[in-house]
Design a protein. Structure first.
Lengths: 204, 188
């Protein structure tokens, strides 16, 4: 038994060190998470303000079906993602878009939007496996939301009002639109200004 | 190959180490309730539904019960009773957690953590309390059929180290679960 207990003491000591290291690491991640400011999508000047009703449109999709954009949609929101086959960053965003569509499908419909030559976009959809997303081509749609840079996303809430918009280069930018809708905080500047006094008072 | 007597001795040693860990959790929890009375009283009012006038007595009773169960788990002669008491305490918490979830009150502070970290009640809290109930029952059952362990210095050292190591892992798990989960799950 003495050998057994000696080996147990050694193993428990090792496990204790491991546990303390894990706890410190997890604590550090939590602290870093609190200190790092969230990444937010950059909002560009646009004709519509946040909270404004969005124009209701019915546009033909690449597959020939009509896609309703904007307006009241019952219990579901709508994400318009403006992209282009020539936009390299748009391609890097596609995995995050698929992931977000899967995670948020209970309340969100995703529509891809662009303009230009239909054949080029059809090849893009085939090449990137985007067949499950409605895909519309409309210059008018882009102008309605003041899209000047890509990839650009517009989130329309259940009531058909503009919830959040921005230039989305990363997954964090894309998710920031959903967080903005959930929290009612429309911009990163507003978030930081609200957090500032709280952090100061808590001594962080 | 170990003999039956050796196997029973090892099992008794492991049960004693587990008992030391459970005792540490209960002692820390009981002391925390006595030190942080304001939070504990808010928890018994909002989470357990105890009337405001009874909240201070309830907190005191629960804290004393936890301390008693912890101390009994540390004493081999009372370990079986201490294990039963601990299992009942955690089973009661488990019932309250399941009730809160069923009532849709997932954001209520259950007082399940030593720190102030809060998160929606869910599978983690249910599983954790279920595991604690099972562990306490195992310790109690083992104490009833135990052949007894030696109480020499090395054996006691191994129990202390085991309790601290398991408590560190328990604390690490608490910290990890307190982190904000990424949208869509951690693997996406």
């Amino acid at each position: 038994m003495s050998f057994l207990i000696a080996s147990q003491i050694l193993l428990w000591t090792g496990l204790l060190v491991l546990g303390v290291v894990c706890m410190a690491l997890a604590r550090q991640i939590g602290v870093l998470h609190q200190r790092i400011a969230p990444a937010g999508a950059l909002s560009l000047p646009q004709p519509l303000k946040l909270g404004d009703p969005t124009p209701e449109m019915e546009l033909p999709g690449l597959d020939g079906s009509l896609v309703k954009i904007g307006g009241a949609r019952g219990a579901r929101s709508q994400l318009l993602l403006f992209l282009s086959p020539d936009c390299a960053i748009c391609e890097t965003l596609l995995p995050a878009l698929r992931s977000a569509e899967g995670a948020e499908r209970s309340w969100l419909d995703v529509v891809l939007a662009s303009d230009g030559d239909a054949a080029k976009h059809e090849a893009f959809v085939r090449d990137k496996g985007l067949g499950k997303f409605p895909y519309v081509l409309s210059e008018h749609l882009g102008r309605s939301y003041g899209v000047s840079k890509l990839p650009y996303a517009v989130l329309i809430d259940e009531a058909g009002k503009l919830s959040s918009t921005g230039l989305v280069n990363t997954r964090e930018h894309l998710e920031s639109l959903f967080v903005a809708k959930e929290t009612g905080i429309s911009s990163i500047q507003q978030f930081l200004s609200q957090r500032g006094p709280r952090r100061a008072s808590s001594g962080e | 190959m170990m003999s039956a007597a050796s196997t029973a001795g090892v099992m008794a040693l492991l049960a004693a180490q587990l008992a030391a860990f459970l005792a540490l959790i209960l002692l820390a929890s009981g002391l925390h309730k006595l030190i942080r009375r304001a939070r504990s009283q808010a928890v018994v009012r909002e989470f357990a539904g105890v009337p405001r006038v009874l909240a201070p007595f309830t907190v005191l009773a629960v804290a004393v019960t936890e301390l008693l169960a912890g101390l009994m788990l540390l004493m081999p002669a009372y370990r079986a009773v201490g294990g039963v008491l601990a299992a009942l305490i955690w089973a009661a918490y488990l019932g309250l957690i399941l009730r809160a979830i069923a009532q849709g009150k997932r954001d209520v502070d259950c007082g399940c953590t030593i720190g102030i970290a809060q998160r929606p009640l869910g599978a983690f809290q249910v599983t954790r309390n279920g595991v604690l109930v099972v562990m306490a029952a195992l310790v109690s059952g083992s104490a009833l059929v135990s052949v007894g362990t030696t109480a020499d210095g090395p054996a006691i050292s191994s129990q202390i180290l085991a309790a601290l190591a398991l408590a560190a892992l328990y604390g690490a798990l608490e910290q990890v679960m307190a982190l904000t989960q990424p949208r869509g799950g951690v693997l996406l």
